[in-house]
Design a protein around this ligand. Structure first.
Ligand code: ZN
Ligand code: ZN
Length: 229
């Protein structure tokens, strides 16, 4: 049964409220407007730049924030976390997400600072040869599995990075699963078939309501200068 528009807006609010009610454990990764990017040695800088630009564009569009991207490359804590989550050269993504979201670098009481993490690896997901990426608002983490020649598919990587930025910005599902009366099946970047770089009006409305709900609770933070290094 398709949702009515009112039910759909209610769903978006509910996802945001459920995330905030998560026992106070929701990492407020967006509040400092900072995203840290790490990548494995096998990943060319050109690939990193394509992903960063796509994520920058989409987060700005969806959260209304200008994020500063700090480019860490092969930082030792990234290598440690990745090794801790790798099994036979494959990455246990759930473990990586919880490690990253709890790292001391994010812990303000420990001299850390909240931020999101983007991990660009040359390893596959554990037991999954199909997925290219994953991201989750509840952890503030994005992961790419660019093994083999995957790093070289530049325009597809841009489409995927835009899509994962949508998951990071608060959509846990895909466009085709959220049917609304009066909306046809859309060409949309949040479809699981990645049929477009653009977002349909239904998904734009989802993100508008989502961030309205988040900002009502935490206030709107406006910050972020380009601080690439
Ligand atoms: Zn997806
Ligand atoms: Zn859509």
């Amino acid at each position: 049964m398709p949702f009515s528009s009112e039910q759909y807006r209610g769903y978006s609010r509910w996802v945001a409220e459920r995330a905030m009610a998560n026992n106070g454990n929701l990492p407020l990764w967006w509040i400092n407007g900072e995203v840290r990017v790490s990548w494995e040695l096998e990943i060319p800088r050109k690939t990193v730049d394509i992903i960063v630009e796509a994520v920058r564009q989409r987060l700005n569009e969806l959260c209304g924030l200008r994020f500063a991207f700090k480019l860490f490359g092969q930082h030792e804590s990234f290598v440690e976390q990745l090794n801790a989550c790798a099994l036979n050269g494959q990455v246990d993504q759930e473990k990586l997400f919880s490690l990253a979201s709890m790292e001391s670098w994010r812990d303000e009481s420990n001299g850390g600072r909240q931020h999101a993490d983007v991990y660009i690896t040359a390893k596959p997901f554990l037991g999954d040869a199909v997925s290219w990426g994953a991201a989750d608002f509840n952890f503030g983490v994005m992961f790419f599995a660019l093994y083999g020649q995957r790093y070289s598919h530049q325009s597809f990587l841009r489409t995927i990075a835009l899509h994962e930025a949508g998951h990071l910005a608060g959509m846990p599902t895909h466009c085709e699963y959220l049917r609304i009366k009066g909306y046809a099946k859309n060409t949309c970047n949040m479809n699981s078939d990645l049929s477009s770089d653009g977002l349909c009006s239904k998904c734009k409305e989802y993100f508008r309501i989502f961030w309205e709900t988040i900002n009502q609770e935490y206030g709107t933070y406006l910050c972020g200068q380009m601080m690439d290094f």
